[in-house]
Design a protein around this ligand. Sequence first.
Ligand SMILES: Nc1ncnc2c1ncn2[C@@H]1O[C@H](COP(=O)(O)OP(=O)(O)OP(=O)(O)O)[C@@H](O)[C@H]1O
Ligand SMILES: [Mg+2]
Length: 356
Amino acid sequence: MGYNRVRFNNFRNIEPREIKWSPGLNLLTGPNGSGKTNILEGINIVSGWGPLERGTRSSSLPTWNSGSSEIQLTGQLDDENGEIIKVKISSRYTIKIEEETITATDLRWKIPVLSFLPNDMSIIEGSSVFRRRLMDMVLTLIVPVYATRLHDYRRGIKQKTAILRNGGRTDLIDRALLPLASWIWKMREEALVMISESMKEMCGLLPHPTEISLLRGGSGSLQLPEEDFRYSLKINRTREEVLRVPVVGPHRDDMLITTNGTPAARSLSRGFRRRVAVALILAAAEGVKRKLGKNPVLLLDEITAELDSEGRNILFCALMERKTQVFASTAEPFTESFPGRIYGVNSGRVEIIDEN
Ligand SMILES: Nc1ncnc2c1ncn2[C@@H]1O[C@H](COP(=O)(O)OP(=O)(O)OP(=O)(O)O)[C@@H](O)[C@H]1O
Ligand SMILES: [Mg+2]
């Protein structure tokens, strides 16, 4: 499962032409600012995940000074039907498959993609937002109602924040949040079990035994999610009233990642942190494949940064093992043999420079 070809029209600095991709590993190489991340972003969009959060607005997506505000990204799937997906972004956002309009959710099932752009290291080093994002991305792909329920929960939390700011009572909104919060906890815990089970050998990518678990936001003293939510709200009521923000619930969740019993962000070198981050993404991909029966396409930015030659070879071995389509980028000079197709990116122009 993957993309045969993708066409970029009026998208950032990418030259408007069709690029053919290998069904296996695709490595984008080129200097800083050449457009590697832009290409990964384009593939992210044509897979239903939208533009990257890089502090830019969607109005900055069209090529500067092109005179047009409409972007069109077209991808052809490499399955037997070779279906064409078109995503247009102008004042509206439209997604079509074979000229039929579909939703982003349906597109994500059609072609599951897992990405952690622009920086997979944030899974280990960044705030809890990034670790929640990994769990949510996986669950969005494997549980049909997850995205809707998460959206409803977030809306409820916004309402609760407004109530707390106005000094009002939160009993009613807490009652409405209870089933959503406890369901999201249950789903996230199941997702982490699934990812843990898939974190196996991976060519030695994981430097040490690594464990992951959910830290329920502002909670975690009781095992049953419903009881835990209720109890934690009770003991945190005064705190919420004083702080005027909801402190209990999945919006405050984190994922604890430990290697040899110590948090990975503290105990590992940068190279090993990157290896753990990629291992988590690969394990998530394996879990998605087992649930959906489809191997997700992987988008990985700056893949070789901080890795020594042995680390790179282990990484390439682990990627090959997944037997899925991978789009990866690197700005570093590249000397090892690479078991896939290498593209050179220069000022937005993409060319195949090596094929194995
Ligand atoms: N809307 C746009 N129109 C034209 N060029 C753009 C637009 N948005 C961004 N750019 C250009 O795209 C380039 C950044 O591309 P990108 O982030 O993909 O580079 P990169 O190859 O990933 O670099 P790095 O190795 O530093 O990560 C910058 O040179 C920026 O000027
Ligand atoms: Mg980049």
